[in-house]
Design a protein around this ligand. Structure first.
Ligand code: GLC
Ligand code: MG
Length: 247
């Protein structure tokens, strides 16, 4: 067996089925010890909210933690300042907040989820169909580069243009010295689409949200596996199918 780099989303991907999570953890822990496999979590949560999750779910300590939809990278306690420096380019947070304030359908998410390179709102799917293109146009007219990421029919993240789960994956992959095809990305929702755009292998869990399934079908790849199992069951199924773990 050879080492691989596992980059996984948490909520509804790794986390969601405690028994399967415990089983997957045993496989991963052994693979880390025996072969030098590395584990990276990539979550939409802030670090504070990730720490809350740690009190509810039995998670292995990751080698690297990516939080707030790719905008922050932690090895241990310290944020990676080289990463945050890169994100500054063209990012005017105050101007983004002012533009978003023009849209009454956007409800600000709680304060801990508002981060230096991420502004987040709740947005219902009905209004989203008009608000998203209008907001995109407004940001472009005002020369405010940013990315809009809409997930799970409720969460809108406005991110610095250079940050998402995908660009953060590639940065960390290169840092840890893994090739794309030695790397497996796993996810379930809209903010994970970027994870699957970096030339790595991928597992879409069986409980994936419609936005990811629609994208997966429109962008077929032999390197990406759509599992039938949900959450950690689907990850284990995919890791066996892709040849990284033996059953
Ligand atoms: C997590 C974050 C939230 C974000 C969502 C989708 O739930 O807490 O801020 O909008 O992921 O990325
Ligand atoms: Mg998720």
């Amino acid at each position: 067996m050879t080492p691989f780099l596992l980059v996984t989303d948490l909520d509804h991907t790794l986390v969601g089925d405690p028994l399967a999570l415990a089983q997957l953890n045993r496989h991963l822990e052994k693979h880390r010890q025996d072969y030098g496999t590395k584990l990276v979590y990539s979550t939409g949560r802030s670090r504070t909210s990730y720490q809350e999750l740690l009190t509810e779910a039995q998670l292995l300590t990751p080698d690297v933690l990516i939080t707030s939809v790719g905008t922050e990278i932690y090895q241990g306690e310290e944020p990676d300042l080289q990463w945050s420096d890169r994100l500054q380019t063209g990012w005017d947070r105050a101007a983004i907040v002012a533009a978003a304030a023009q849209f009454p359908d956007l409800m600000a998410q709680p304060e801990p989820e508002q981060r230096p390179f991420k502004v987040s709102f709740f947005l219902k799917p009905g209004p989203a169909t008009t608000v998203l293109p209008q907001l995109e146009r407004m940001l472009s007219d005002r020369h405010l580069p940013a990315q809009l990421v809409y997930s799970s029919e409720k969460d809108l993240d406005i991110l610095a243009v250079k940050a998402n789960k995908g660009t953060a994956l590639t940065y960390v992959r290169e840092l840890l010295g893994f090739m794309p095809l030695q790397t497996v990305a796993c996810g379930d929702s809209g903010n994970d689409i970027a994870l699957f755009c970096e030339g790595t292998r991928g597992i879409v869990v069986g409980n994936a949200r419609s936005e990811l399934l629609t994208w997966h079908r429109a962008n077929p790849s032999a390197e990406r596996y759509l599992a039938t199992g949900h959450c950690a069951v689907g990850m284990l199924e995919g890791l066996v199918r892709l040849g990284y773990l033996s059953p």
